[in-house]
Ligand binder design. Structure first.
Ligand code: ZN
Length: 427
């Protein structure tokens, strides 16, 4: 097998440690947007930093008590036409049994000497392929990287008749073409048939990605949370670009597809709630699918809109600690929201607004896994609308969100280590 490995860039955008305390008010407060709730915590974001191979540092996670004031934000406003779907069956969760993942070896001098590092952004024609058998990945100097099990999703970035170059956690690996197939493994296919969603088994952790909205809104009502008598419209149609006229569903989907590729490259399994506009899934149903797959994180990709054309910036949304349906997930959801917001803003240069904690979001309330809504920016703001329409921005957005998930799981790991050492102190 002819193989060689190069290093790939790292977009590792360093997080601003200062952002760990969004309430600290270090940075100038910015205008309040009437529609999106009064948000306090505001910070401006520094320029994107690209530091090759820098580890992602997770900022500490102080709790801010962001005011949860106004009425329903643009995120899930009522609207539009259209009937119902039957809720997806919540079957027993067939979660992927992920292979043990060996960390990529530290960068060596030899590898660095191999030449300029390509970046993910250069690969326009990426393709998802699956390993057809157990597939060892080995560096050029013979160091084992990992062994992928059969049916593992990888991103092919180039191919010849005999070889396929894949992207694995920042490494480029050249494999014999017969080791890879375009066909999804049957277990993944079965899972999809049972639950819906499009499932890419890759690494040990599973991220459910929900590209907000769909072809048509769903005006029927559904409970605000499990057991709730409060009802809310099943799905709104979303907003649209004030200048580009791009529909929010389209922007959300395009970024989500890039996020999928980025997550697989980071070694995550991915479950896409939708990859087309031709679905009929309410907010609650989307959460149920993420629950059924046993996602480690549920990421809902949206863009904002406001009657104030000057409103701009990104925010994430999670539940409060007192949420009657899943308040126990608050701490994790908050950490997820914080990590993703910071990384996203660093990677895109979009202004960092705040994390909004609210219990008014059906798709959050039904989640049984850590969840966040990523509001990427304002389509009602000409500048942000036009920026978000560019390929470069969308790719950076995907990279930033994937980095944010890395940071979140790093936080979780650190947290559990602290927990263990605490229990070990009882001697
Ligand atoms: Zn939306």
């Amino acid at each position: 097998m002819k193989r060689s490995i190069f290093i790939l860039f790292i977009l590792a955008s360093l997080l601003l440690t200062a952002c760990g305390d969004p309430a600290s008010g270090k940075l100038p407060a910015d205008k309040t947007d009437e529609i999106t709730a009064t948000v306090t915590t505001t910070a401006t974001v520094s320029e994107p930093t690209t530091t090759p191979n820098a580890p992602i540092t997770t900022a500490p996670l102080p709790k801010t008590t962001a005011p949860d004031t106004s009425e329903s934000p643009e995120t899930e406003p009522p609207r539009t036409e259209l009937p119902e779907t039957e809720p997806p069956e919540t079957a027993d969760t067939p979660v992927t049994d992920a292979p043990p993942v060996t960390e990529a070896p530290a960068v060596t001098e030899e590898l660095l000497a191999m030449g300029p590092v390509p970046t993910v952004l250069e690969y326009a024609d990426r393709e998802i392929l699956y390993t057809s058998g157990e597939t060892p990945l080995v560096t050029a100097d013979g160091t084992p990287l990992t062994v992928l099990r059969a049916g593992h999703a990888v991103i092919a970035v180039a191919r010849t008749d005999e070889t396929v170059t894949i992207l694995y956690r920042g490494w480029l690996c050249v494999l014999d073409a017969d080791r890879l197939t375009a066909e999804a493994p049957s277990s993944a296919a079965e899972t999809q048939n049972t639950l819906g969603g499009i499932y890419y088994p890759a690494g040990g952790r599973l991220i459910a990605v929900d590209a907000g909205h769909q072809g048509k809104g769903m005006k029927d009502q559904e409970p605000l949370g499990p057991g709730s008598t409060d009802m809310k419209t099943m799905l709104s149609t979303g907003t649209a670009g004030v200048s580009t006229r791009i529909a929010e569903r389209e922007l959300n989907l395009q970024v989500s597809l890039l996020l999928r590729d980025e997550l697989i490259a980071h070694g995550y399994s991915v479950m896409m709630i939708r990859e087309s506009h031709e679905v009929t899934l309410s907010n609650a149903q989307r959460a149920l699918i993420a629950n059924a797959y046993g996602a480690d994180a549920f990421v809902r990709v949206h863009a904002n809109g406001s009657t104030n054309p000057d409103a701009r910036g990104a925010m994430t949304i999670c539940q409060t600690a007192n949420n009657p349906y899943n308040g126990e997930l608050y701490e994790e959801s908050y950490a997820l929201s914080e990590c993703m917001l910071e990384s996203y803003c660093v990677a895109t240069g979009i202004q960092l607004n705040n994390i909004w904690m609210t219990d008014t979001m059906t798709g959050i309330n039904w989640a049984e896994v850590p969840v966040t809504i990523m509001e990427m920016g304002y389509m009602s703001n000409v500048e942000e609308d036009e920026l978000m329409a560019t390929d470069a921005f969308r790719k950076n957005a995907a990279v930033g969100m994937a980095n944010g998930l890395d940071a979140y799981f790093e936080w979780k790991n650190t947290d559990s280590i602290i927990g263990k050492s605490n229990t070990g102190l009882s001697h």
